[in-house]
Design a protein around this ligand. Structure first.
Ligand SMILES: C[S@@+](CC[C@H](N)C(=O)[O-])C[C@H]1O[C@@H](n2cnc3c(N)ncnc32)[C@H](O)[C@@H]1O
Length: 203
């Protein structure tokens, strides 16, 4: 079946629907990826720490169906949720429920008139902050310089709420500290493209 390459996150359909919260086994430490696509990153995380639970959110429902089919077939502790992170994050998770949130390589929307479709803004950053437990971590990574700068302006701009692990207004130096790679991350590394990473924790 044909997979849609891009979905306009400002499409009207999303504002009319509610997202269905995933079933998270009680007592499991939770990690969330926003914009997970095929959730390669979460499946790799699940192999490293199988006692945790991993939820991927995406606005492309066919990809989410694939993620859930794979999780079932391989009996992995991973669940996909068809939802719009900017609208639905607070509906999906109780406050303080997540140990980690990942945003890996969000869509760049290069054209200026499309910049308003970009994922991370102050409202989403505050919703992520609310979903994290105290000390919980947020990793943001991208290969697009403009996206990295905008993300840092938002995330370091919340300095009473999130602490930058590399120091204020600084990028994380070194490889991904979580031992897994998303599909886009793998391709950037294999092609020698730069990657800008930011790591924060909730106060
Ligand atoms: C460039 S892909 C990156 C996929 C994966 N994280 C990786 O690094 O390979 C960005 C993904 O974010 C999803 N996305 C875009 N806006 C979103 C939103 N508001 N809520 C949830 N997912 C979103 C897209 O559908 C797409 O699958």
């Amino acid at each position: 079946m044909r997979r849609r390459q891009h979905v306009n996150p400002l499409g009207l359909g999303f504002t009319r629907r509610r997202a269905r919260p995933p079933e998270i086994p009680t007592g499991r430490v939770l990690e969330i990826e926003i914009g997970c696509a095929d959730a390669q990153f979460l499946f790799e995380r699940a192999r490293l720490e199988p006692d945790r639970f991993y939820v991927g959110i995406d606005i492309r429902n066919q990809l989410i169906d694939d993620v859930n089919r794979r999780a079932r077939d391989e009996q992995q502790p991973v669940a996909g949720v068809f939802a719009h992170a900017n609208l639905h994050l607070a509906q999906l998770f109780a406050p303080g429920r997540a140990a980690r949130v990942f945003i890996n390589f969000p869509d760049p929307w290069f054209k200026r008139r499309h910049h308003k479709r970009r994922l991370l803004d102050r409202e989403l950053a505050l919703a992520i902050h609310a979903a994290l437990e105290p000390g919980g971590q947020l990793l943001f990574q991208t290969d697009v310089w403009g996206i990295a700068l905008d993300a840092m302006a938002v995330l370091d701009g919340l300095d009473d709420e999130l602490v930058n692990a590399a120091g204020p207004w600084s990028f994380w130096r070194g490889p991904n500290p979580f031992g897994a790679r998303s599909w886009r991350e793998q391709h950037c590394e294999e092609d020698g493209l730069p990657i800008w990473r930011m790591l924060y924790h909730r106060r």
